[in-house]
Structures are given as C-alpha cells and as structure tokens.
Design a protein around this ligand. Sequence first.
Ligand code: NAD
Length: 494
Amino acid sequence: MPEQFAISAAPDEIFERYRQVNLIDGVRVPAKAALDVINPATGLVIGQAAASGRAETGAAVASAKAAQESWAQLPARERGKRVTAAACAVLEKAEVIAQVLACETGKAIRTECRGEVAVAADIVEFYGNLGSELKGQTVPYNPRMLTLTTREPLGVVAAIVPWNVPLVLFALKVGPALVAGNTVVVKSSEEAPFATFLMAELMMQHLPAGVLNVINGTGKDCGAALTGHPDIAKITFTGSEAVGEEINKVAAGRIIPVSLELGGKSPMIVCADADLDKAVTGAIAGMRFTRQGQSCTAASRIYVHDSLISAFLERLGAQLDQLVIGDPLDEKTDIGAIINARQAARINAYVAQAEATEGATVARYGTLPADAGLSPDLFAQPTIVTGLPDDHPCVMEEIFGPVAVVSGWSDYDAVIALANSTHYGLAASVWTRSLSMALDSTARLNAGYVQVNQNLTIQPNVSYGGFGRSGQGKEASLEAMVEHFTRSKTIVMN
Ligand code: NAD
C-alpha cells in the first residue's frame, strides 16, 4: 500500500509535489522531461508536469500488469470496499482539489470545480458499492451438465482523459475498471494534469501498489505509446473526434476493445407549449455557460417554436447578462477562462464566420473582466447567434465555447430532421408539456442521452454515451462496468 501523505490546503504545494513526476507503482517517479502547465486565467506557468515518453509509459504498464493478477483474485466485494474508501479519501481533500482544478482549467471554483470533485467522488463510490453485482449466469442446457457464464476482468486498461471535466471522466473510467478487477494506467490531460494526479494519489492510499498508475505527457508521445502498448487489453478514451478515430484504428489493429466518448452538437427543441422560464434556465444550464461552453453535451443548437422565440431570446439575454465573468478563484465568479489561446482563437474564428454571414445576428452578454493580472484574450462572453442557415458551420460543427445558435421552427417533422442532421448523436433535449410530444420526439431523436424538460449533468447510475461520431460504448451505470470492463467466459462441466 502506498505511503499516506499529508497536504495543506495550498495548490502551490500540489504543483510542487507533482513537478515532473508520474505516479507509478504507488510512488512518484521522476520523468525525463517536463511540460509547462499554465493557468489560463492569468497566463502564468503554475508548474511543470511530466512529459512522458515510451520509457515512462512502459514502466507504468509493467507496474499495472504485475499488480493485475493479485488484484483480480481479491473478492470483488473487497475490491469494491477499497474503492469506496478511496472515494472517501478524495472527499476529505475536496477543497484543495477544487482549487487546483480551477487554477489549471480556468473553470470557476464556485459554479464548476467544487461540484466536479463531488461528482467524481460520488461516481467512484457508486462503483465501489457494485462489487457484489458482478454476476454471471447459469444456462439450462442439459440437466446432467453445469453450464455457466462468468464475468472476468480484461487485464490492464488504458484510460485517456481530456481537460474539460478531467476528474469526472477519470472517475467514470477508473471506478468501474478497478472494481471489475482490472488495473489501470491513466494518461492525464497535459493541459490540466494536477487535480487528476492529486485525486489519484489520494485514492492510491487505499489500493495496492500498481493497481492505479497515472502518467502525463502529450497525446503524440505519451498517449500513442500507451494505446499502442502490447500489454494494454482495453482502451477507454474521452476527447476529440479526430483523436478518437485515430485510437479506434490502433485498437482495431490490435483487436482489443475500445470505448470512445467524443464530441457533440446537441440540439434542444423548445415546443410551443413549453414552460418558457424553465426552458431559458435549462438552456443556460445545458449550454454549460459556467464551463465556458466547453462541454461535449453543450446544448449548442437551440430550436425554439416561432411563437416563443422573441420572448425566449429576451429572457435568455437578460439572464446571461447577470452571469459574472472573472477570476475562477473568486467566489463571485460564474464564468472563468477558456482553456488556452488555441481554443480561444478557434471560438473567435467561428463567431467571425457567423458575423460575416448575411442575415445573422451575434449578441454577446455579460461584461469581460478588466482586472489587471487576468489574461484578457482568454475570457469570452456568452454569445447567442440567430439568423444562420441550417447548414452553417456554427450550426453543424462543435465549437466548444460559449456560443449557442438559436433558430425558430414551426414544422415539427422538419425540426426533428434538423435536430438529427449533424453526424453527432451525444445528447438532445425537448421542452414540452405534452406527454405524446415527449414520447414521440424522444423516440425519434438520434442521440444516446435524451432528456425532457431538463438538461442535467451525468448521474452515476444512468448509462451515458453517444451515437454516430459521438462515440461508441457507454459510461456510468452497472451495465457500463459489466459490458465494457469485463469479458464473459462460458464454462461447461460435464
Ligand atoms: P483531445 O482529443 O485533443 O485530447 C484528449 C486526450 O487525448 C488528451 O489527454 C490528449 O493528450 C490525448 N491524445 C491526443 N492525441 C492522442 C493520440 N494520438 N493517442 C492517444 N492519446 C492522444 O481532446 P481535448 O481537446 O482534450 O478535449 C476536448 C474534446 O473532448 C472535445 O471534442 C469534446 O467534445 C470531447 N469530450 C467528450 C466527452 C464525452 O463524454 N463524449 C466529454 C468531454 C470532452
């Protein structure tokens, strides 16, 4: 079992603790090279994370491989108890984890980071309690023979996470993988590694050495070394569509299972009979404006019935104007900073394309912070675009910023067709008081997660995952653990 460690509530201490190290075999192991980690809100370097390559990745996989057999031999319920204890250890240090997360992601501590730590710990705890649910079946075949199926772990799992909700996505992968008896090597996001390292190290205090390993580095050097390693039995990835496609090819070449949670362009349909106030609040929550719109499920295409669109836009604008944009660590802040200059430039390019489109209107809300010490270019106002053609890039492509396109509709079949017109299929929502409209639209929408009159965040016990180019496989829920982190073995005894 790795040593216990004491930390005060100071993010600087955490950045120093993880300076150019990986977490391998239960200890911090120096890496050969380092990468700067920048606080997007200030533009300042907050620390140097490991820039791992083939050697560090190989060491982490070797540690996970060596630990796997004895971990798998523990009774599943015992593994679950340890994972539950690991979740409690995370909650004990929730505030410092949230501060670290705010510093490295630019997300506001009050509206985003504290909630993310709580949800991540909740997911790990949820899986910890499912150890005894890993059941097989007996099959009636021949009364003189015993035929049964058992569920067994896959081996060493490679888990790769992005920067936008790194802890929740870490939890959705690590929780079920460990309880199912696998060992794991996580590659953290090089943009935001430190909160992931801290959460992992707190968990590792309750796990045998080698069961959970975390390495950091770029996708090209560390991510590719991990997915291509011959001892990896399964890849679980959350990130962009382009990288997901690349990883899918790697997995296909090695014939190993892969789960992909990729991008989205989620539609929100507001019907003529919707509760307008509820729909406006739901649009703000669904667009994840408090995460600067940097969310895969962001309700970024909002189709409002023609009879409501003027009132909807007016109320939406009034509420968006109230959101405070500023320092992520300030308790008054609702909206923090965009992750990096590359992402900010991408968002600006989409907005410029909208502005250059005839008939389009671009409205920005809220006030950009003027505080000296904050990076002026990395803050963006919530932006609502209207009057775009249905096939405009801002309508069809994932922007991953605080930009929503609002369009009117009057023909129900046509709006369903528009909602289904992108190559994504992650989430969708419908706002109506009519049960028949709810039943019909939810059946026809081409998305893996469809909600009526709400745009909530993930629930640990409800399976989540996209259709089409939004990915393959599910996360959250018991089914996700059984289907994606175990394999079925048939045993016939004559
Ligand atoms: P990204 O694809 O650039 O990077 C994701 C992770 O993959 C990072 O850790 C990165 O280092 C690694 N990586 C990059 N190239 C790799 C390679 N060749 N091999 C192995 N690993 C590699 O994505 P990002 O910019 O960090 O995150 C934003 C994207 O994530 C958006 O498209 C968003 O929609 C998606 N996302 C999806 C979900 C979901 O649940 N569907 C959730 C959050 C984010």
